[in-house]
Write a protein that binds this ligand. Sequence first.
Ligand code: C5P
Length: 230
Amino acid sequence: MNANATATVPVVAIDGPGGSGKGTVSQLLAARLAWHYLDSGALYRAVGLAAQEKGVRFDDAAALAHLARVADIRFEPQASGQPPRVWLDGRDVSDVLRTEETGCLASRVAQFPAVREALLDKQRDFRRQPGLVADGRDMGTTVFPEAILKVFLTASPEVRAERRYKQLKEKGLDVILSRLLGEIRERDARDAARQASPLRPAADAEILDTSSLSIAQAVELIFQRLQQRL
Ligand code: C5P
């Protein structure tokens, strides 16, 4: 689609740290609106995984950016509200992508501007009629600065660690809560401190603390806000 055609497609940008609920909230919101959904974190995770598998050094920004450009990353939508399956170079990597270890690899490759640049078009390609719910760290600040609604979801690190713990346990993964909390804090610190698109709310984002909200309440609040803008 050309730039003029996509400019009319509404985007809701949902940013925030891991475990803030943004993935689930964004998927449910997209399903309710029957809009497209972009899990931008999965792109960074796929690049991190590909780099590890191919033995690319994590300090070689040019090689990582090349990998980000050539990696064949595809999303296979699932039934309403379910996370899409993700394919990397012809392989279903959905499960390994969700581990905290892959999250750490993602955050290491994500600090390089060249990698972020390489993923820009891949992300903007998701902007299609009738609309897009984009989930990430810099959707409202960098990728879709013209989003019709920008929401920054937060929750305390303890609440986020507990949510991740439950999610990973449900997937049958062996995890330790205290270690998860440490990893989440480390990843937050790296994401917030980096120079390229650091994790921070856009100036015009609505900040929503989900520590004491259910997923359904968060979806409802964002849905109502959106109705006021459409
Ligand atoms: O959202 P998720 O936990 O899948 O993201 C994994 C990592 O990818 C984040 O910790 C962050 O470093 C990076 N990321 C990013 N920009 C995005 C989405 C994810 O830098 N838009």
